[in-house]
Design a binder for this molecule. Structure first.
Ligand SMILES: [Zn+2]
Length: 70
């Protein structure tokens, strides 16, 4: 599932988002995808973290573990 935003959350400009290489993180056998975008217009960068399609687990504990990573 692709969750590309329609517009920049900082300046609201549409169609100026460049996706940077996304990262994947494994936490307790759960896989998290971290998408990165940068806005061509204002230069702001933002991320979106999603539980990947590899496993569909909706446990809150997974989120807590994710935040414990240094
Ligand atoms: Zn922007």
């Amino acid at each position: 599932m692709k969750a590309e935003p329609d517009f920049c959350p900082f300046c609201g400009t549409q169609g100026e988002l460049n996706e940077i290489e996304s990262s994947m993180l494994e936490v307790d056998s759960d896989y998290w995808l971290i998408y990165h975008w940068v806005c061509n217009f204002c230069g702001e960068q933002f991320d979106k973290v999603e539980l990947s399609d590899y496993q569909e687990i909706e446990e809150v504990s997974a989120l807590e573990d994710f935040q414990d990573i240094p």
